[in-house]
Design a protein around this ligand. Structure first.
Ligand code: FES
Length: 138
């Protein structure tokens, strides 16, 4: 009898943890912010003047923006560094990115916010000339 009660209690706890994790992604907070690039990827960057740069994003870069800002020839614009202002906005032309934090600036299509993501593969991006004017979601 006691064994059945303990077993039932364990099942209930396991279900509660399962649904909590599904709803909140992780009971330990946003673990994605600790995700760093695991290896070096090459990146082709077209800057706002139309010049092409070839750089690498390596595991020491905390974000795609930091990889861009490590190259003095690339004038990567930024402000909030939290995906809220859109100052760093770029277009992903090839490859893929992973976001490690969510912000409030709405992106569309293949736009990315380099301050809040890292690339997952060799990629091509274009830095956008201006920050699109958009209404932020309430
Ligand atoms: S620096 Fe503000 S959104 Fe990237």
């Amino acid at each position: 009898m006691i064994t059945s009660l303990i077993l039932a209690l364990l099942v209930i706890i396991a279900l509660a943890v399962y649904f909590y994790i599904r709803r909140n992604k992780s009971p330990f907070g946003d673990v994605t912010k600790y995700v760093k690039p695991s290896k070096t990827f090459s990146l082709s960057v077209t800057d706002r003047q139309g010049d092409l740069h070839k750089i690498n994003q390596n595991p020491n870069d905390t974000s795609l923006l930091s990889a861009l800002q490590n190259d003095p020839d690339i004038k990567a614009r930024s402000s909030c560094k939290n995906a809220h202002c859109g100052a760093c906005i770029a277009e992903l032309n090839e490859g893929s990115v992973s976001y490690f934090q969510e912000g409030s600036f709405p992106i569309e299509g293949n736009e990315i916010l380099p301050c809040s993501c890292t690339i997952d593969s060799d990629s091509k991006i274009t830095l956008l000339a201006r920050v699109p004017r958009r209404k932020k979601p309430k």
